[in-house]
Ligand binder design. Sequence first.
Ligand code: FES
Length: 85
Amino acid sequence: MEDPRPLIEQLPKGKHAICECGQTKNAPFCDGSHQGTGLRPSIVDVDDTGRTIAWCTCRTSGNMPMCDGSHKKLWKNPPPPKPTT
Ligand code: FES
């Protein structure tokens, strides 16, 4: 299981394209990989001198693309340990 915790980032003033398709190689930002999926990035406009944002990486947030704490539910039910050989 990938680490479901949010990515905390300080964003500078300006518009930022946030990936909604899950295909980007530059998370949380759109890199154009959504082409052909029918999905588009969310545009976040930071209108002050900058803002600290918690980006959802678990894709269970009810407030995409921002974290709403839903990842905590994933930690309460971790997958079983891998069997040893
Ligand atoms: S790469 Fe995912 S929305 Fe653009």
